[in-house]
Write a new protein. Structure first.
Length: 344
């Protein structure tokens, strides 16, 4: 199949919406990462997403809407809890996904056999226009091949899925750069299953008590059931091995320079670059966690593009604010291997 790379014009938005209405697959820009969209109410269309991405069938998809009222209009959930209304009021449209008890209107292909559905109202204007013109909610995982970093540009989508999907709409580089925060309201206490652009501190301000699922920061124990199936898969793994160092700034510079050879690189903060004797991939300023989130996947893809690199050293990020989301993605990229220099 030929994949159309469409510019972000009115005409192309209408064309993308038509492809979706007819059961096709379109890569769409969102403020978090690009999504691979299909009509969420059409199980056959949704099944194509799993095939194109090579996604395990037990990993459910997020349903994207373009207005809060779509939840009722399409009868997606049994009852919208008050907590969901509060969250929507504070963070929608935006990088937050809310899990609630689903109805039978949600196809099994979307919920992967769970009795819940994940819903998000993205803030990207092009995403909103495509959803509302399609006239149906859109199921969309990140538009990458399973296991590779999520795409933050239309070219990333093309590099993974060219020939496998109908079209990609180019809406520029994703602003947040990491996937949405996922919170479930299907438990007695709201619980974050994946950190993202909306921070746990912000969620607690609105809801009071919010738990953090243990899979966010730690490797799942063998045989343990993941609250969010996506968390059990090794994600975002570049071809080179990522090694995370738990240490202060000086120890990081010193360790990397001592272990440097022609196959070594650093994924580091701007301040480190003049001091390091290896190829550097820059995340941004040390305390600018939003910028680090914005750049992370693009840098991981650049590292993938450099065949020469075998080891990439990075520092364990801070857990503060959006730092927690960067931490979550980086420990997965590193397969949870962390060298603790403070203990050595
Ligand atoms: O920002 C985002 O969320 C992007 C854009 C395209 O919206 N989408 C995205 O989708 O990251 P995906 O499929 O790559 O990640 C969705 C995550 C997976 O870890 C999945 O297991 C989890 O959400 N998930 C989806 N539905 C769920 C449910 N009903 N219960 C628990 N986890 C769910
Ligand atoms: Mg994904």
């Amino acid at each position: 199949m030929k994949t159309l790379l469409l510019e972000n014009t009115e005409e192309n938005i209408a064309r993308a919406a038509e492809i979706l209405r007819n059961g096709g697959l379109v890569g769409i820009p969102t403020e978090t990462v690009y999504g691979l969209a299909a009509n969420a109410l059409d199980g056959n269309a949704v099944a194509k997403i799993f095939k194109a991405k090579g996604r395990p069938a037990d990993n459910p998809l997020i349903v994207h809407i373009s207005d809060f009222s779509d939840i009722d209009r399409f009868n997606l959930v049994e009852q919208v809890p008050d907590t969901a209304k509060k969250l929507a009021e504070a963070f929608w449209p935006g990088p937050l996904t809310i899990i609630m008890k689903r109805t039978d209107a949600v196809p099994n292909e979307v919920s992967a056999g769970l009795d819940t559905v994940a819903i998000r109202f993205p803030s990207h204007k092009t995403a909103q226009a495509i959803i509302s013109q399609a006239g149906v909610p859109l199921a969309a995982p990140s538009a990458n091949l399973s296991g590779s970093p999520s795409p933050t540009t239309a070219l990333h989508v093309m590099s993974d899925l060219n020939g496998k999907i109908d079209a990609v709409v180019d809406g520029g580089m994703s602003d947040v750069g990491l996937e949405s925060t996922v919170i479930t309201l299907a438990k007695s206490v709201p619980r974050v299953l994946r950190p993202g652009g909306v921070t746990i501190e912000q969620l607690r301000e609105v809801l009071g008590e919010v738990e953090l699922d243990s899979a966010v920061l730690h490797r799942l124990a063998d045989g343990a059931k993941a609250a969010s199936p996506g968390m059990k898969y090794k994600h975002y793994a570049p071809k080179a091995s990522v090694v995370l160092l738990k240490c202060n700034d000086c120890e990081y510079i010193d360790y990397v320079n001592r272990n440097a050879d022609e196959h070594t690189a650093a994924l580091c903060c701007d301040e480190d670059i003049p001091l390091l004797n290896v190829v550097c991939y820059r995340l941004g300023k040390r305390n600018d966690y939003a910028l680090q989130a914005h750049r992370l996947f693009d840098e991981l893809r650049k590292i993938d593009g450099n065949q020469n690199i075998r080891t990439v050293y990075s520092r364990l990020p801070s857990l503060e604010g959006v730092g927690m989301a960067v931490y979550n993605r980086l420990v997965r990229a590193a397969g949870f291997e962390v060298i603790d220099l403070e203990k050595m």
